[in-house]
Design a protein around this ligand. Structure first.
Ligand SMILES: Nc1ncnc2c1ncn2[C@@H]1O[C@H](COP(=O)(O)OP(=O)(O)O)[C@@H](O)[C@H]1O
Ligand SMILES: [Mg+2]
Length: 242
């Protein structure tokens, strides 16, 4: 089977800082991969390279067998990306922002109207549809971020800390939403919340200091009931910083 994402030996330096140090990973249909690591581990930088937002210093990214560097527009059209902090044009209304992103993603006419309608319903945005984004709660803002990532119905979703800053109820809602859309897609979510990985992720990747430390089926990882993800995480990340 062809991988949705196949990234090999990614490297990125910022001056003297090595943000990403030789990371390889893949994503298949039906998978929700949890991308875990302490702050500054290199999660966002890796995601920026997977989505073509940032060029790697070295390494390759193939999206559904399409090389991201050689064919960026085609490759990016297959991806929905929620960047860190869910940026949006905050003076636009939810409707006008999603309409704009839809147009940018190549949707038009009936198809655009249909997708906007679906976003309003499935992401639960109807209530705030004509409200400026800057007036929304964090939970709703994050949902707008998810909707802009989903508007063109991409098969691949890259979500950078989709639940960051949300209250427990909003976190629960967001996890439910991610689970509900995962069946025919491949999703990578970054987080530093371990229970999130246990709740939604079929595979766990742990990185620290720009290096990949673990890449394993989540059930297999937690099969041994004596281990918690919390313990695995602490053990593995402290070992790497020594
Ligand atoms: N544009 C940038 N310029 C300089 N340093 C950066 C830049 N982006 C990220 N970094 C550094 O790279 C490292 C990894 O950052 P990041 O990928 O944001 O980690 P994470 O998302 O896991 O918290 C950190 O040390 C961060 O300060
Ligand atoms: Mg980050």
């Amino acid at each position: 089977m062809m991988a949705l994402i196949d990234a090999k030996n990614l490297k990125k330096n910022f001056g003297s800082i090595t943000a990403v140090n030789n990371i390889s990973l893949s994503l298949d249909v039906g998978e929700v991969v949890g991308f875990l690591g302490p702050n500054g581990a290199g999660k966002s930088t890796t995601m920026k390279m997977l989505t073509g937002f940032l060029d790697p210093d070295a390494g390759t990214v193939d999206i559904n067998n399409i090389n991201l560097m050689d064919n960026p527009i085609k490759a990016k059209s297959l991806i929905g990306y929620l960047p860190e902090g869910a940026p949006a044009y905050s003076d636009m209304t939810v409707y006008s922002f999603l309409n704009f992103i839809g147009l940018m993603r190549g949707l038009k006419d009936k198809k655009l109207i249909q997708r906007l309608d679906e976003m309003a319903k499935t992401i639960n945005l109807s209530e705030v549809w004509n409200q400026p984004i800057e007036t929304l709660s964090k939970g709703y803002k994050r949902r707008v971020g998810i909707a802009q990532a989903l508007i063109h119905d991409p098969q691949i979703l890259v979500l950078d800390e989709p639940t960051d800053g949300l209250d427990p109820n909003q976190k629960h809602e967001m996890r439910k939403l991610i689970k509900s859309i995962s069946s025919n897609k491949g999703i990578i979510i970054s987080t530093h919340i371990l229970e999130e990985v246990e709740a939604v992720c079929s595979r766990t990747i742990i990185i620290s200091n720009g290096k990949l430390l673990l890449n394993k089926n989540t059930n297999e990882l937690l099969k041994n009931k004596k281990t918690t993800l919390d313990e695995v995480f602490r053990k593995i990340t402290t070992m790497s910083s020594k």
